[in-house]
Design a protein around this ligand. Structure first.
Ligand code: ZN
Length: 167
């Protein structure tokens, strides 16, 4: 893989990923409410939206149920509705604030499917722009992310908590 100069990555390359022995990342994050530090964008009654610290693309958001469950079947009907409502609002925010032109929305259920945190359900929202997957990831195995996590965080957080999202 070719190396690219991406200085903003230093902030999250340097600290080691939390070890599994410290418990579930998503449970820890929702418990301490240090939203900006943890890149939590918004809390809904039964779930929250958080920027992915290891994004596939700029503005990659995870929608995480508050409860530590590993399958959709374990969510109540109300939790499923709340989860989809927050997903809808985040897509709206990414369209309005980052001019996203399309989205990949999905679940990696289980470690075999590529889930990084297989024990706590989370839905991925990856915003897409025409031409964003250019020759670089295909030929060079590298990806350029053009906006820092902190900048994306501020932009999306303000919008998502402003009451402007379409209901
Ligand atoms: Zn958990």
């Amino acid at each position: 893989m070719k190396r690219l100069w991406a200085p903003w990555r230093k902030a999250y390359i340097r600290p080691k990923k939390p070890s599994a022995s410290r418990g579930c990342l998503f449970c820890r994050v929702q418990g301490n409410r240090q939203n900006a530090k943890n890149l939590v964008l918004r809390h809904n009654p039964s779930c929250f939206a958080i920027l992915n610290l290891y994004p596939y693309n700029n503005g990659h958001v995870l929608i995480v149920p508050n409860r530590h469950v590993n399958s959709i079947a374990q969510l109540s009907a109300e939790e499923k509705l709340d989860w989809l409502a927050l997903t809808t609002d985040v897509i709206d925010a990414l369209k309005n604030q980052m001019n996203a032109q399309g989205f990949n929305v999905g679940l990696n259920l289980g470690a075999a499917a590529g889930a990084g945190i297989p024990d706590h359900l989370h839905l991925h929202i990856v915003p897409r722009w025409a031409g964003d997957h250019n020759f670089m990831p295909v030929l060079a195995g590298a990806k350029v992310i053009s906006e820092s996590l902190q900048s994306a965080y501020e932009t999306l957080r303000i919008y998502l908590n402003s009451g402007k999202t379409k209901k």
